[in-house]
Design a protein around this ligand. Sequence first.
Ligand SMILES: Cc1ncc(COP(=O)(O)O)c(C=O)c1O
Length: 410
Amino acid sequence: MNRLPSKEERRLRSLVQAHDRWRGREVFNLLPSENAISLVARRYLSSDLAGRYTLPVVTEFDGETIDNSYTGTRYTDQIEQLANAAATRVFRARFATTRPLSGHIAALSVLAPLLPRGSRILAIPSAEGGYDGYAPGFLPALLGYIVRPMPADRPGFRVDAESAIETIRRERPSAVVLGQSFLLFPYPLRAIANAAHEVGALVLYDGSHVLGLIAGGEFQDPLREGADVLFGSTHKSFPGPQGGLIVTDRDDLFHELDPALVWRTFDNAHWNRIAGLAQTLLELERWGPEYAKTVIASARALGKSLSDLEVPLVAADDGFTRSHQLHLDRARLRKDWSLGAGALARRLESQRLLIDLAGRIGTAEATRLGLRTDDMARLADLFVRAGRNEERVGPEVLRWRRTFHDLRFR
Ligand SMILES: Cc1ncc(COP(=O)(O)O)c(C=O)c1O
């Protein structure tokens, strides 16, 4: 028996090591969908919990009532309770679950138990910055819903209070799902919630992109402004492991959706992830407000610096953003730079700066890494030089990147 790692095992190890080196030490990540996880949370991700089950559900088994299908879970169950309690504190909510395996699964876990097949929902179309998962062929097809468009206007794909109210009164949906992958400005939530509640609709706030900002008391406060449920991904502006969570103040809704989680959208909730998420929640309990304020201030500062260097961005008149995102104005980019957003992203990538190919730029991971608001002018300068292909800035980016060793806000 050959005890040495196989060729494929060695190749796998070197790919993972190369990835970790490149993404962890050699590029600035400006993708708004990602973030950096603290070393402690990472340590929990690779702990023994990674391979364990627990199913703390009371069931009848051959006439015997059991409170868990597994033994060996005495610590796992306490870790979950700690995570959920931290989530209720951070989001100032009465109820929380950290079980959903991702933002998409959180959406599915909220929608399926609360809305029967045949329900009509309002959601922002993906062509207007909405999340593709709410497009007719995806979650609505799976769950048997009729989805109608909630309009969001350019530039910046903003939902306008008046047209939202008019749409809600006309469509009389069972739920309004507020959630966008392109999200710069808060929703006029009080007005939307009042109109929705008037027609008996639930307001389901998918905060996947802005969850870390909401945790820090910025952007908006969905549960206080009228949302019935807040849910989303825990790894975009929220700097935790990939996963999802759901919070609400409404016990009637929580008691509908919480027992429906297990066996409808997953079985085992991945306890290493929940330990890592608990750690991130505790980090945000200490640092959340400062982190969230810095992310937004840096996004606005980066917007100003890029715009001063003639990078076309949307919403310049409104300070570019109130979130962690900036959006390239793709039409002006094509006209002024003769370049698509995707081609620009590939150029930047070759010089160690990552943005997405749809033209979104984000400051969440850079902030966690330690870049401050006054660093944004230098970042914009590197961005523009790399984007213009004027000179090779990759080595300069690398030298600067290597000066950031430890994450902040942890
Ligand atoms: C608004 C919104 N909701 C849900 C999701 C899905 O999240 P996840 O990738 O965590 O499943 C995304 C992903 O980009 C999103 O932008």
